[in-house]
Design a protein around this ligand. Sequence first.
Ligand code: BES
Ligand code: ZN
Length: 462
Amino acid sequence: MSVKQFISENQQRFIEELFELLRIPSVSADPKFKDDVFKAAEFVKESLEKAGADQVEVCQTAGYPIVYGEKIIDPSLPTVLVYGHYDVQPADPYELWDSPPFEPVIKKTPRHPEGAIFARGSADDKGQFYMHVKAFEAMMANEALPCNVKFMIEGEEEVGSEHLDIFVKENKEKLKADVVLVSDTHMISLENPSVTVGLRGLAYMQVEVIGPNRDLHSGTYGGAVGNPINILCKMIASLQDENNHITIPGFYDKVEEYSQEYRDNLNKAPFDLEAYKKELDIEDVHGEAGFSTIERVGIRPTLDVNGIWGGYTGEGAKTVLPSKAYAKISMRLVPNQDHKEIAKLFEEHFKSIAPKSVKVKVTPHHGGAAAVVSTETPGYRAADLAIQEAFGKKAIPTREGGSIPICALFQKELGLDPILLGFGLDTDALHSPNEHYGVKNYLMGIETIASFFKHFKEEASK
Ligand code: BES
Ligand code: ZN
């Protein structure tokens, strides 16, 4: 039987197995789900074993484990290292989901007329890394595995991959490979398949503005004592100017400026601004002056408030001048911007703009570097050929705005450019309520991955 035929004949089972994994609420950010995160790691271990991997182990770390497995058919053949993550983002707010986040169901959407799997983690990243397990199973079952393969599936990606760093540094020999293959990104569409060649980095901060030593009556004190929420809002507003440039001194110092030719090329990718606005129900887009939407997301850094709180937010009205105000602020970074340096610049600046009437505390959370990968490698060529075989079209190289900080780690520690062969769509609602992943994307992804292995063997030995 051909690998393609095997995938087609087993598609129902492949979907049901993914459903089982999606039922485990492996939310890494919330300690409440600790047991479930470990349970998901066990599930990954068992699925790798069943698919035919050797040396499968749940490698404990100081945080959540990394599941490793391999199949070495011949040490002289090229080796593909597959990376993915079994942890998911929190599902809150639950009330905005049309069906429960950990009870997967298939529903049709305008972009997935053949149905999509709705569940937290369906696209990010359970549905995507599981394609690799199934592609591997299909190749094994048909004695058609062309290369060696190693799997490294972690459980802390959504909280900054804190312990992966040490694991990679301590296990360089074990992880030795010729390419890293990652499916944790988007493609433009099934009609316009693409391969991601750039991701942004991230610096994530929490700020606290501290005013009077207690909440005050806003009549007795209002107008005379600094209100931390008013002040925090003013401070945040001043972080961007009228052109939506970030005002933190030194922020742009290392930002790479691209040639007009590079930008023109980037803007050639199919993109329908009207459909984009319509899908988000917005009248207009918003961003840095002088750049297109594709550029704003792909090659420019940003600053966004992720959450802001303080004071009274309950029912009705309470007249209060709060003692404290908080915000979580993230900056998406581009190549050459160092997240630790940016965090420091942010902290210095944020403290410097605070009026004397308040104190300011700044705490950095996780961060990570941006990554850009070459299109001139055997890995990229194999991805392009696999896309051509499955979709009948050449892959469009795109730069995406999300972050997978460990990509830069692979480049630095293993000397390998990750191949970002993702099959999600930008409308799949990652990190949002009603996250979903197209059934067709899932099945075509499995097929394309198997084809990647075949082409990689050829390309790597050229
Ligand atoms: N799968 C995403 C990254 C992604 C999303 C890439 C969309 C391309 C397009 C990944 O799981 C993720 O969400 N990463 C976090 C970073 C992490 C340090 C919390 C992100 O981008 O917010
Ligand atoms: Zn992800």
